[in-house]
Design a protein around this ligand. Structure first.
Ligand code: PGA
Length: 247
């Protein structure tokens, strides 16, 4: 991980409660913020509650539009004004269940940054794409959709989360070597655009991270922490994962 401060981010998806916010807030104050940034992505309806509890938070998605007649959407500038600093964009569940295209994701990334939120851009290949040897091609296309629209400099104020779709919620984690290989590919690719941006960028791994596999994953040179789904709903597991990110 070197000079980059690790992030451990909990993606609660459509789970959690006011009770869990209290429990996670208690745990997160025990993790040193000097050594690891702890972020929580609760359902949007719990955002104020989570911020009041002292958690550093974001939403799981935002609208690509600034404001207007978009019933049910989440307005990035309002998220920011509540005191949140981050948002996920392009999570694989948004892409596959809600049909978000690379272009939609790039537009959401842009809207997040315009509103003062730091986007965490989620990318990753499906099982079929990996079996066809297309992992690098897929992550390159997902990254370049943002770079072509907004320029490489836009990535300076962002975080990447590499999450192989086949590892999300399945209990099948990428091995540390598999994950590191793709993280290195991502950093090398970005380095061809801008070395400084690539060096400073935090690239998180996600997909069935738990307290038993996090240490080895986070020990890899190009893995700068994790995006945690299921295990972020269990306070003691989440705490152990945060501890393991300190290196
Ligand atoms: P998981 O989810 O840890 O439950 O696999 C990760 C994610 O979807 O961000």
């Amino acid at each position: 991980m070197g000079q980059r401060k690790p992030i451990v981010a909990g993606n609660w998806k459509m789970n959690g409660s006011c009770e869990l916010i209290k429990e996670i807030a208690a745990v997160s104050t025990q993790v040193s913020s000097e050594q690891c940034e702890v972020l929580i992505f609760p359902p949007a309806v719990l955002l104020s509650e989570a911020i009041s509890a002292g958690l550093t938070c974001g939403t799981q998605t935002v609208s690509e539009f600034e404001s207007g007649a978009y019933t049910g959407e989440i307005q990035a500038s309002l998220v920011k004004s509540l005191g949140a600093n981050y948002t996920l964009v392009g999570h694989s569940e948004r892409r596959s269940i809600y049909g978000e295209s690379d272009e939609d994701v790039a537009n959401k990334f842009a809207q997040a940054q315009q509103s003062g939120l730091t986007p965490i851009l989620c990318i990753g290949e499906t099982q079929a794409q990996r079996e066809q040897g297309k992992t690098e091609e897929v992550v390159k296309q997902q990254l370049e959709a943002v770079i072509k629209k907004l320029g490489i400099a836009s990535l300076a104020n962002s975080v990447i989360a590499y999450e192989p779709v086949w590892a999300i919620g399945t209990g099948l984690t990428a091995t540390p070597e598999q994950a590191q290989a793709t993280h290195k590919y991502i950093r090398d690719l970005l380095s061809d655009y801008d070395k400084h941006v690539a060096n400073a960028l935090r690239i998180l791994y996600g997909g069935s991270v738990n307290e038993s596999n996090s240490e080895l994953l986070f020990a890899q040179a190009d893995i700068d922490g994790g995006l945690i789904g299921g295990a972020s709903l269990k306070p003691q597991s989440f705490k152990a994962i945060c501890e393991s990110a300190k290196g």
